[in-house]
Write a protein that binds this ligand. Structure first.
Ligand code: NAP
Ligand code: GLV
Ligand code: GLV
Length: 324
């Protein structure tokens, strides 16, 4: 019997078409997100699921799946999936690491430069017909070259972000659960707690996954230390930051600005954020290059193909299942 795969959205490239040569595909064709109830209904007889980071794959969905062998997330982050429960049920969970590292790290740099040099504001000013010629004090910003940047989470993307900044003569600080002698050596980086970063750095850039430990990792006690200096860059997950406290800090001047690709309750964006000039807000496009999104599709499809052939998929998140 041909195995059945549920895919919650059409993906860039031809990876799904290739998979369709071999398997029976149930592809959600709508532009709107596939409703939770619809996933729950259609998953019952499926052997594999390819889903988006915006699909909440909880106990309820996993319980209604009778034959499911693999949940292949079309993302590197997998906080949208109840991995613990999937593991209990013996279902593989996979993600798409590495292929999106460059795209996401370069988006973090785009945010650093846009907020520091006030690109969004300046562009809006020009478009609204206000540019009357060069002025000595028009849109004075913060110089990025020679500044100090704190990186929280020096995994694949955090490290790539540091590497890409080599030409900017950055004074690097970093924080991870453990010290990283290789990072200290390569970037002459200083190990600092997040709190110290907020009192010492010009920028703080977040690159940790969202877990129980990193939920609201950054909050009021951090912003209070910043006294108007720090620009916060978040391309990780919205809930790593206490968004309400961040907004307060942007209004009371403790934070100089913010570049945000992610939000606590996506796609909802608090009205107060939309009114601020010193923020750049992006609709979660960290990995959004044609090349990367096609590679992510290939990776997710490959994980499914390998799992359905009875082997351990290469990008396994719940590694304990690979040991059995
Ligand atoms: P990664 O290689 O696993 O790196 C994450 C790093 O975070 C690890 O090196 C880990 O280092 C550190 N970390 C984990 N828990 C921590 C904690 N409690 N405190 C401090 N550090 C902690 O993952 P990645 O590929 O770089 O991706 C990182 C995240 O970026 C993803 O999980 C995803 O949420 C987000 N992302 C967003 C976009 C976007 O579109 N905006 C795109 C891709 C990824 P230690 O183990 O040494 O602490
Ligand atoms: C995007 O946010 C990802 O985790 O891949
Ligand atoms: C600016 O355009 C300059 O030439 O300094």
């Amino acid at each position: 019997m041909v195995a059945k795969i549920l895919i919650t959205r059409k993906l860039p490239g031809s990876a799904i078409d290739n998979l369709a040569q071999k398997y029976e595909i149930d592809l959600w064709q709508e532009k709107e997100r596939m409703p939770h109830d619809e996933i729950k209904k259609r998953i019952t007889d499926k052997d594999a699921l390819i889903c988006l980071l915006s699909d909440k794959i909880d106990k309820e969905i996993i319980d209604s799946a009778k034959n499911l062998k693999i949940i292949a997330n079309y993302a590197v982050g997998y906080d949208n999936i109840d991995v613990e429960y999937a593991t209990k049920r013996g279902i593989y969970v996979t993600n798409t690491p590495d292929v999106l590292t460059d795209a996401t790290a370069e988006l973090a740099w785009a945010l650093v430069l846009s907020v520091a040099r006030r690109i969004r504001e300046a562009d809006m000013f020009l478009r609204s017909g206000k540019f009357n010629g060069w002025e000595p004090d028009l849109f004075l910003g913060k110089e990025v070259t020679g500044s100090s940047i704190g990186v929280i989470g020096t995994g694949r993307i955090g490290r790539s972000f540091m590497k890409k900044g080599m030409g900017f003569d950055i004074k690097w600080c970093y924080y991870s659960r453990s010290r990283k002698p290789d990072i200290e050596k390569e970037f002459n980086a200083t190990y600092l707690s997040p709190k110290d970063m907020f009192s010492k750095c010009d920028f703080v850039s977040l690159h940790v996954p969202l877990t129980k430990d990193t939920y609201h990792l950054i909050g009021r006690e951090h912003f209070e230390r910043s006294s108007g200096r720090v620009i916060l860059i978040n391309t990780s997950r919205g809930a790593v930051v206490d968004e309400k406290e961040m907004i307060k800090a942007l209004y009371n001047g403790n934070l100089r600005g913010a570049g945000l690709d992610v939000f606590e309750r996506e796609p909802y964006i608090p009205e107060e954020l939309l009114k601020l000039n010193n923020v750049v807000l992006l609709p979660h496009i960290g990995s959004a290059t044609q090349k990367t999104r096609e590679k992510m599709a290939e990776m997710a499809c490959r994980n499914v193909d390998i799992a359905l052939s009875g082997n351990i998929p290469p990008n396994l998140v719940n590694r304990e299942l690979g040991l059995k």
